[in-house]
Design a protein around this ligand. Sequence first.
Ligand SMILES: C[S@@+](CC[C@H](N)C(=O)[O-])C[C@H]1O[C@@H](n2cnc3c(N)ncnc32)[C@H](O)[C@@H]1O
Length: 209
Amino acid sequence: MKGRIAEQYDNLYASKDNVFNDGLPQKAAMYIPQYLLSGTVLDVGAGEGQNALYLAKKGFVVTAIDLSQVGLNKIKAAAEIERLHLKTCVADIEHYQHQDKFAAHLFSFVLHHLNTENAIRVLETAKRQTLPGGIHVIATFANQGGLYERAKKSGRFYPSVETLEKLYDDWEILEKDVFERASLAKDKQGNHLINETILLVARKIQKTP
Ligand SMILES: C[S@@+](CC[C@H](N)C(=O)[O-])C[C@H]1O[C@@H](n2cnc3c(N)ncnc32)[C@H](O)[C@@H]1O
């Protein structure tokens, strides 16, 4: 299954450049410099790296992980040209061994690839691997819309706003937005499937001694 996702994205990234958001950083990534001045970021499902490169240029110490070697090779090449320090790692987030804690985790349109139980486990692990005062930024397709209707029997993670918020009820919610967004997937008529999307930014509360 994971092999199929890796192959699909390898083929997609090999066939063209700037597949997502015309190669521009996603809105989700732009929240990180709004809430943190510096620090380490784990970009989960980094794709071709438009978010990781943007954050590295802003001075963050970024690790980009993805199943797609082709995507990561593009990130490495761009980082070299721009002389940016950025780590890449071919890994499945479900089995990723965190070596360190991060100031920020970015999950930009990756969680719908995981089944619900695993996505929740991944988020809970990432919460533990976040430094006090650190943040999670999540952009993910919700349980309303064409993409969800097509995938709902798959058991993949298409949360409601309430479900996602509940996962962060012990953190401070800094931003929450819900909007419709066209996905890359198309219906039989060739129209892009529109789906509700949740954007959530949450901060790990620093415990006072
Ligand atoms: C829709 S793209 C999003 C790319 C980028 N984050 C963005 O916002 O434009 C999803 C990416 O997640 C990666 N991915 C899917 N499942 C993954 C997993 N289990 N572990 C790591 N990466 C994964 C895919 O290879 C793909 O590059």
